[in-house]
Design a protein around this ligand. Structure first.
Ligand SMILES: *[C@@H]1O[C@H](CO)[C@@H](O)[C@H](O)[C@H]1NC(C)=O
Ligand SMILES: *[C@@H]1O[C@H](CO)[C@@H](O)[C@H](O)[C@H]1NC(C)=O
Ligand SMILES: *[C@@H]1O[C@H](CO)[C@@H](O)[C@H](O)[C@H]1NC(C)=O
Length: 460
């Protein structure tokens, strides 16, 4: 029993460190940004800005914009075209920063519409411009990349690229935004400002949004909107909410280094397995013991690897996982604490450690919907599609690199339903069985166009 006090001490020491740290550091309960963080004035309210060329001014009913936008979206040739484009992209999915053929299709469409664009930015991205060219400027974003997943849906337009699939609906996002470009171009005289269309690479990996921003995609832009297809809502139903909608999302991978030795001589080894085990247990305490239970967050260790012999203490153990939070402060605090806990626990067991957070590739802040922009989405949804086609949706711990835009300017992200039981479009994104009800495409195009046009008019 002589060993017991020693063991207890070793076991307690990390706990003491944690408690000390928790007391000294600021574990403040940060603001859950329910009301939106950015001060914004909202869609510009401009009255009587129409100039001499008033022949286009809506005649008769004020509601003409709805009928006209929906009419343009539902013209048989427009529907065929948006479906055809989506199918071509679906057949030829391209991974992050490889969206070359997808980009060619987009540029062809923009050329045929006489829409100007900048290319490339963020390597394969495209930035198109419609409207007066002057302020105000509103942006709509579509992501272009596919996933390294083998499509399991048997249909005529199945992916022709083995192991690659548009399993997150980005093919539909691109097609809907091109559909919107057509409508906006046809109604360019109605635009009281400029619409920028962002065709963004690398949403799934590589943080394409940040590169788009670095290369000037948000210059002069005062608000931005994006749609994401969702199997949770019936076809064409819009869903959104105010404040943090998707979590900040990070990943970590730690390398814990000790000294290899035969396990029958433990005193000759420095055991990284024990250090890794202690670190895994201590990481559980960040959320359970340090966090405000009303501020949702996750730390999950998803991989532990070390050694490959039953008769050798290895030199290195690897552990890694992911962490999520809805507030920026909490998200960054988690990152800091994960690193501290792994480093300190490794030190307790005489090991050294390094932790990689992949901050250049996979590190997304929380996606926060601005209150005014969220209201705009809701108002346009109800105005264009009726209140039965709009719903409030709960937060989820998923992530989206649209959050990089929402950090900088007022933004709103919303879902558009693709669920149709009779077609079988009931599978979640990132499933090899994922599919969409293509009837969403013309509605999504109309909705994008209405969001932008109504924003520029200062109207919901
Ligand atoms: C009216 O607005 C259009 C588009 O902004 C512009 O090209 C045109 O010069 C304007 N006309 C007058 C009379 O201001
Ligand atoms: C989020 O937190 C990080 C680190 O504290 C900071 O650099 C960044 O500006 C914050 N973002 C927002 C939108 O507050
Ligand atoms: C599902 O798709 C079929 C075929 O396109 C259509 O007839 C039906 O109305 C759709 N159902 C819903 C709920 O959208």
């Amino acid at each position: 029993m002589a060993g017991l006090p020693g063991k207890v001490l070793i076991f307690l020491l990390p706990s003491v460190l944690l408690i000390w740290k928790a007391g000294a550091g600021e574990l403040e309960i940060d603001e859950l940004r329910i009301g939106g963080v950015l001060q914004v004035s909202g869609p510009p309210r401009r009255a009587g800005e129409a100039n001499g060329s008033s022949s286009w001014l809506p005649k008769g009913k004020k509601e003409d914009w709805k009928e006209e936008i929906l009419r343009l979206a539902r013209m048989p040739e427009a529907v065929e075209s948006v479906k055809g484009l989506r199918r071509r992209i679906h057949e030829h999915p391209e991974l992050a920063y490889e969206e070359v053929e997808t980009g060619k299709l987009i540029k062809q469409e923009l050329d045929s519409l006489g829409i100007e664009y900048r290319f490339p930015l963020a390597r394969t991205g495209i930035l198109a411009t419609i409207g007066t060219g002057g302020p105000p400027v509103v942006a709509l974003r579509a992501d272009m990349d596919a996933l390294p997943i083998q499509e399991a849906v048997e249909w005529k337009h199945k992916s022709k690229v083995p192991g690659t699939m548009h399993a997150c609906g980005h093919d539909a996002h691109v097609a809907m935004l091109i559909g919107a470009a057509k409508i906006l171009k046809a109604r360019e005289d109605h635009l009281k400002g400029t619409v920028k269309l962002l065709f963004q690479p690398a949403e799934e990996a590589g943080i394409g949004a940040r590169k788009m921003i670095e290369e000037g995609a948000l210059e002069d832009v005062e608000a931005i909107f994006a749609a994401h297809v969702s199997h949770q809502h019936p076809t064409s139903v819009i869903g959104s909410n105010v404040g943090p909608l998707l979590a900040g999302c990070g990943f970590f991978k730690a390398e814990i280094r000790g000294r290899q030795s035969s396990p029958e001589y433990p005193h000759n080894s420095i055991d990284p397995i024990v250090a890794a085990a202690a670190a895994v247990i201590s990481l559980q305490n960040i959320v359970s013991r340090e966090s405000n239970p009303l501020d949702s967050q996750v730390v999950s260790v998803a991989a532990v690897n070390g050694g490959n012999s039953l008769d050798m203490v290895p030199e290195i153990a690897i552990l890694g996982g992911t962490f999520r939070a809805f507030s920026n402060a909490t998200f960054h605090k988690l990152r800091e604490r994960i690193e501290e806990v792994i480093m300190m626990q490794s030190n307790v067991y005489r090991c050294t450690a390094s932790v990689n957070f992949f901050e250049k590739e996979r590190f997304y802040p929380p996606m926060v919907n601005d209150e005014t922009m969220y209201e705009h989405v809701k108002n346009v949804a109800i105005g264009l599609l009726g209140s039965k086609n709009y719903r409030l949706v709960p937060q989820v711990m998923g992530a989206e690199d649209f959050s990089f835009y929402s950090e900088i300017i007022p933004a709103a992200f919303y879902y558009i339903g693709v669920r149709n039981e009779s077609l079988g479009s009931i599978h979640t994104v990132h499933s090899p069985h994922f599919m969409i009800d293509e009837d969403v495409l013309p509605v999504g195009a109309a909705f994008h166009a209405a969001i932008a046009e109504r924003y520029l008019s200062g109207l919901g």
